[in-house]
Design a protein around this ligand. Sequence first.
Ligand code: FES
Length: 163
Amino acid sequence: MEVKFEPKIVAFVCNWCTYTGADLAGTSRLKQQPNARLIRVPCTGRIDPVFIIKAFENGADGVLVSGCHPGDCHYNAGNFHARRRWIFFKSLLDFVGIDSSRLFFSWVSASEGKKWVDVINNVIDTVREKGPFNAYKKFNRENYKSDAELVSASKEDSKINSE
Ligand code: FES
């Protein structure tokens, strides 16, 4: 019997808008797929790019960053800083071997429970179509007993990529 792939999505959401919008979707009993794990941060401007790399390293098949609409950030310009950072960061992701098309951005306000459901379902469906993302998981140090084992896996990976 074939096991159907179910993607794991990590969603970094700002406390003031998207988290509240997602909460509204829940209290309004809007149906959404259960594949996402939400991580609440004070503002999207607080998200360090390393958080995203760590999410992929620890098993995420896709990552969503979502916060207040432009002009609505509770810290004035946090989401503008975040947006500028992500434009640059997306190209860096490709450079380190992470498929940047698995990273999604959206603006969802506290009153947009329906929009949240549409956004998260769309992300889940898109990643489900892409399939599992295993390329980066192998760099999680916890999967290896020693540095030598990690280096050996990396060499194996370079060999596969150069073929
Ligand atoms: Fe929501 Fe800044 S407080 S993005």
